[in-house]
Design a protein around this ligand. Structure first.
Ligand SMILES: Cc1cc2nc3c(=O)[nH]c(=O)nc-3n(C[C@H](O)[C@H](O)[C@H](O)COP(=O)(O)OP(=O)(O)OC[C@H]3O[C@@H](n4cnc5c(N)ncnc54)[C@H](O)[C@@H]3O)c2cc1C
Length: 406
């Protein structure tokens, strides 16, 4: 018997899930997204793509490990297609360097080094000179106290990896519909039976998966269920193109300052979480996970972030991005079935860092298998009964800590 699966959202999560499910015996997979062909209107289209394997909990570390394995495989798969203009690939093992500029922050790095060792991940504490040598444009040896180098971390070109996942899924028979706006869910007799499109078409399904990113709560609400994720706006800026090209350096994070920087090969980028919170009400979201640049408070926060770089390498922002992504009350994804509504699944609040591993785990759960320790803790129902306002405040409290993991 055919099992019809509809996935709402063709970002890195929905496309990865289609890749994991397509070709399985009896599965007919359809992915719907309102973005036009070749465009990614969701968060995936904006992410600078840091992939740090050591998570705040073992389940996140497991998902990131699995993700890196899959991204490497997709990157090899794509190599035959020719490299993009800046020479970057889907996933690059650039490593990550965490930098401390105070004794207290150095203590945090030592703690993380111990956690990495316990998780079997390579990580090495380095002095300020070595940190600056590893990332000369980003690390100022004068202000750095120490660094923690994770050679196995990397950076992802999320758009490229999403395209490769889609290509693979389509080769296995999955169908993707671009420009397809989902307006509601078909709920009958306490079960989800598919989705309604804006043109009034019903797309019937045995399983409906919300991989709709920051818009997930809007669709869930139409089915009468709560999806406790909060969209937040986040600043990231790019410098102008650089003439000189060189091997890409590591992703750099200053956890105590809530700042990170990425070498994009042909230009630099920097992002910061150290600013006044800017939640976006789901009802106010447009169709792109992007908001207008607000001026202050982002200008001031970006200027403070740039001040961490060596004076000679501070750059004037050429492109300012105010992207939107999800935070949850415990900083973990919302992944799994909705217990109260059979046939409906969530694959939301998932980072690029965890996307392919999360999709593989969800595909296993949909097959009725046990996807591994810790999966149940990601249930989208885990906050059932708690008031929405309390959950929202808890989620927002985590925002500044995203790159300040202890
Ligand atoms: C500025 C910025 C920096 C980030 N940095 C990083 C980082 O360094 N590392 C990292 O791991 N993550 C990062 N993230 C987070 C990461 O981008 C997201 O967690 C991830 O891309 C989410 O993928 P997704 O597929 O779930 O959602 P999305 O990419 O948002 O995809 C959801 C899709 O659903 C579609 N959709 C929604 N509603 C409907 C509907 N009603 N009908 C039809 N289609 C619909 C949308 O069009 C969209 O394409 C960052 C995000 C931003 C914005």
């Amino acid at each position: 018997m055919t099992r019809r699966i509809v996935i709402v959202g063709a970002g890195i999560v929905g496309s990865s899930l289609a890749g994991a499910l397509a070709g399985r015996d009896g599965c007919e997979v359809t992915v719907l997204d309102r973005s036009p062909a070749g465009r990614l209107y969701g968060s995936t289209g904006h992410a600078p793509g840091y992939v740090g394997v050591l998570g705040e909990s073992p389940v996140l570390t497991d998902l990131a490990r699995a993700t890196v394995r899959i991204y490497r495989d997709l990157t090899d798969d794509d190599a035959a297609g020719g490299a993009p203009p800046d020479g970057g690939a889907g996933f690059e093992e650039t490593g990550c360097l965490e930098v401390a500029t105070s004794p207290a922050a150095y203590g945090t790095l030592r703690g993380r080094a111990a956690r990495a060792a316990a998780a079997g991940l390579a990580a090495r504490l380095v002095g300020p000179e070595e940190a600056a040598a590893l990332a000369p444009r980003f690390v100022d040896a004068e202000t750095a106290v120490a660094g923690l180098h994770f050679p196995g971390d990397g950076t992802a070109r999320a758009g490229l990896l999403t395209a490769v996942q889609r290509r693979r899924a389509e080769a296995e028979g999955a169908e993707f519909a671009d420009g397809a706006e989902v307006t509601g869910l078909e709920i009958r007799a306490g079960r989800a039976h598919g989705v309604w499109l804006a043109d009034g078409t019903l797309v019937p399904a045995d399983d409906t998966v919300l991989a709709s990113g920051v818009w997930g709560p809007l669709l869930a609400a139409r089915a009468g269920v709560q999806l406790p994720l909060t969209p937040v706006a986040h600043p990231y800026v790019y410098g102008g193109p650089r003439r000189e090209r060189h091997p890409r350096g590591p992703f750099v994070r200053w956890p105590e300052h809530h700042v990170y920087a990425r070498d994009h090969g042909d230009r630099d980028g920097i992002g910061t979480y150290d600013h006044e919170l800017r939640p976006v009400a789901p009802a106010d979201l447009g169709v792109r996970a992007e908001e207008p640049w607000p001026g202050e408070p982002f200008d001031g926060a970006v200027a403070a972030a740039l001040a961490l770089l060596p004076a000679a390498h501070r750059f004037a922002p050429a492109v300012r991005l105010n992207g939107v992504f999800s935070v949850t009350p415990d900083n973990m994804p919302l992944l799994g079935p909705f217990d109260g509504l059979p046939g409906l699944w969530s694959a939301t609040a998932v980072w690029v860092t965890h996307a392919a591993g999360a999709a593989a785990a969800l595909a296993e759960a949909m097959d009725g298998d046990e996807p591994g320790a810790g999966f149940a803790a990601l249930s989208p129902d885990r906050f059932a009964g708690e008031p929405a306002g309390v959950l929202r405040r808890r989620a927002l409290r985590h925002y500044n800590d995203i790159y300040a993991a202890g």
